[in-house]
Design a protein around this ligand. Structure first.
Ligand SMILES: *[C@@H]1O[C@H](CO)[C@@H](O)[C@H](O)[C@H]1NC(C)=O
Ligand SMILES: *[C@@H]1O[C@H](CO)[C@@H](O)[C@H](O)[C@H]1NC(C)=O
Ligand SMILES: *[C@@H]1O[C@H](CO)[C@@H](O)[C@H](O)[C@H]1NC(C)=O
Length: 250
C-alpha cells in the first residue's frame, strides 16, 4: 500500500516535471515578438543567431558554425573538384539586414550579411586553362560580406500532442558573393609550385567569375544544411514559444 503510494507520487512528479520541461522547450536566447513588425523580428533573429549556430543538442539541432562538409563533388567544365573534410565557419556572426513575416500568406523573408570561411582538403582532376591538372591539397575560401536573401514558403502543422508548429514547405534564395572571395589553394599542379601559384593568382584576380562557376554547388549544399537545421528546430519548438501572435487558421 505504502509502496504504491510512493510510486504514485513519483509518477505524478515525473508527469509534472515533463510538463514543466515541455513548457520551456525554447532556449532562453529566443525572444518572442508580440507582433510581426520587422524591427522586432530583426532584433529577435539577431539575438538568436549566435547561440542557435552553436547547435542545440537537447533539441536534436546540429551546429551550423562550424558545420562539416564530409565530401562534396563539383563538376566544372573540364575539371572535377572534390571537397573533403570541409569545415564552414562564420555563420554565428551573420548580421541580420531584414526579416519580414506574413503569417496569413505563409511567407517568411530573411536577409543576412555574412563572412564565411570554408577550409578543407580538395582534389582536382582534369584540365584547367589548357593545363592538365591533377591537384590535391589544402584549400581555404574566404567570402567577405556576402548577402543571402531567403524567401521561405511556410506552413503550419500540429505535433502528436496537438501543439502548433511552424514548418518549411519550400524556399528560394539569392546569394550575392559580396565584396571579395579569397582563395588559398596549395598544390594545384602537383610538383609545379610556380604554375600552381600563377593559376591561383589568376583565380583570385578573377574571383567573381570563378566563384559564380564554382560556388553554386557549395552554396546549395550550405543552404540545404541550414534549412534542414531550421526544420529540426521548428519541429522541436512549438509556434507559441517562438512568436506571441495568434496563429492564423489553417
Ligand atoms: C512582449 O510582451 C511581454 C509582456 O508585455 C514583454 O514582457 C516582452 O518584453 C515583449 N516582447 C518583446 C520582444 O517586446
Ligand atoms: C566581414 O569582414 C569585413 C572585413 O574584415 C568587415 O569589414 C565586415 O564588417 C564583416 N562583416 C560581417 C557581417 O561580419
Ligand atoms: C538536403 O539535405 C537532406 C538531409 O540532409 C538530404 O536528404 C537531401 O538529399 C539534400 N538535398 C540536396 C539537394 O542536397
Amino acid at each position: 500500500m505504502c509502496e504504491k503510494r510512493v510510486l504514485f507520487v513519483v509518477l505524478i512528479l515525473t508527469v509534472a516535471f515533463e510538463n514543466y520541461t515541455a513548457a520551456l522547450l525554447a532556449p532562453d536566447f529566443i525572444h518572442p515578438c508580440n507582433n510581426t513588425d520587422s524591427s522586432c523580428l530583426i532584433q529577435a533573429t539577431q539575438d538568436a543567431i549566435p547561440e542557435f549556430s552553436k547547435g542545440l543538442p537537447r533539441l536534436g539541432v546540429p551546429p551550423l558554425d562550424p558545420f562539416m562538409i564530409d565530401e562534396l563533388p563539383i563538376q566544372l567544365p573540364g575539371v572535377k573538384v572534390t571537397f573533403l573534410e570541409g569545415k564552414v565557419t562564420g555563420l554565428r556572426k551573420c548580421q541580420v539586414l531584414n526579416v519580414e513575416a506574413y503569417l496569413e500568406k505563409n511567407v517568411f523573408i530573411l536577409e543576412i550579411r555574412c563572412n564565411i570561411t570554408i577550409k578543407g582538403k580538395y582534389t582536382a582532376v582534369g584540365r584547367l586553362l589548357l593545363f592538365p591538372i591533377n591537384g590535391e591539397g589544402d584549400s581555404k575560401i574566404k567570402i567577405v560580406n556576402s548577402i543571402i536573401k531567403l524567401n521561405i514558403k511556410t506552413k503550419y502543422f500540429k505535433d502528436a500532442e496537438g501543439r502548433d508548429h511552424f514548418g518549411i514547405k519550400n524556399y528560394k534564395y539569392t546569394f550575392d558573393y559580396g565584396d571579395r572571395v579569397h582563395y588559398t589553394i596549395n598544390n594545384l599542379f602537383k610538383g609545379n609550385p610556380e604554375l600552381s601559384n600563377t593559376v591561383l593568382q589568376f583565380l583570385n584576380e578573377n574571383w567573381r567569375v570563378v566563384t559564380e562557376e564554382f560556388g553554386q554547388p557549395v552554396v546549395e549544399y550550405a543552404m540545404n544544411v541550414t534549412i534542414e537545421t531550421a526544420k529540426k528546430f521548428f519541429n522541436a519548438v512549438p509556434y507559441a514559444e517562438l512568436l506571441h501572435v495568434p496563429i492564423p487558421k489553417y
